[in-house]
Design a protein around this ligand. Sequence first.
Ligand SMILES: Nc1ncnc2c1ncn2[C@@H]1O[C@H](COP(=O)(O)OP(=O)(O)OP(=O)(O)O)[C@@H](O)[C@H]1O
Ligand SMILES: [Mg+2]
Length: 253
Amino acid sequence: MSDINNVLSIKKLSKTFSQGDEKLKVLDNLNLDVKAGEFVAVMGASGSGKSTLLHLIAGLLKGDNGSEIELSGNNYSNFSDKALTKHRLENIGLIFQNYNLVRSLDITENIRLPLLLSSKKAKQDNIDKYIDDLGLSERRNHLPRQLSGGEQQRVAIARAIIGEPELILADEPTGNLDLNSGNHICELLRSIADKRKQTIIMVTHAPHVAFYADRIIMLSQGNIATDMQKSEFADSGALSKHYQDILQQQLNG
Ligand SMILES: Nc1ncnc2c1ncn2[C@@H]1O[C@H](COP(=O)(O)OP(=O)(O)OP(=O)(O)O)[C@@H](O)[C@H]1O
Ligand SMILES: [Mg+2]
């Protein structure tokens, strides 16, 4: 019986990519529990499997045989593809690097889209609030192609959080943003975790971004190398130093 405080429970998660005869084991027997309302940062060298992990948690990829992922007590292996899609739409907000905005819809319509697809009620007030909060007021009736990369990123963030999903997965959400806009996004995610008890798993390479989280996980060699509370680091400089050590370990691996 899994712990009811865990919104996410991952057991023996492995992922092998096959290309012809070559097999690449990206994740190897990884276990991870995340509590409701926890804000977790995932760090690790390029290629260490961070995006793969988020895709598996989102149910966009399937793990190797024997892998188990349970979100709010629902084991993915019990779902058909269709049921998994519905589950994702209703419970997970995705902030991924290819923004996947619908080209023919304006910004307001793009943000409202997940609410229309699921049965959740769209409150115009809420949508307006997010648009203002993310500095997109002047852009609300623009199409995605009329926006900069950073603006599109902010629309993707609004879209992911509007339905108040219990789990938000963010893959380098500040990757295309300048320092100020990036910090603003981090503060927004922090307040979502604090006020709404939504759970956030965020991949980042930047120690000052990871420092907004409660808990920092480092991936190396297909598994979790360290899993620490933010409070264990004196400051983001100490976190940065630790991250360098992990990167070095992966290089030596
Ligand atoms: N669909 C795929 N087919 C084959 N190999 C893949 C596939 N997706 C990812 N990989 C490989 O798996 C490894 C992990 O990729 P992943 O994208 O998860 O890394 P990452 O930690 O997110 O890296 P980055 O920091 O550069 O975004 C890489 O070596 C990548 O080439
Ligand atoms: Mg990645």
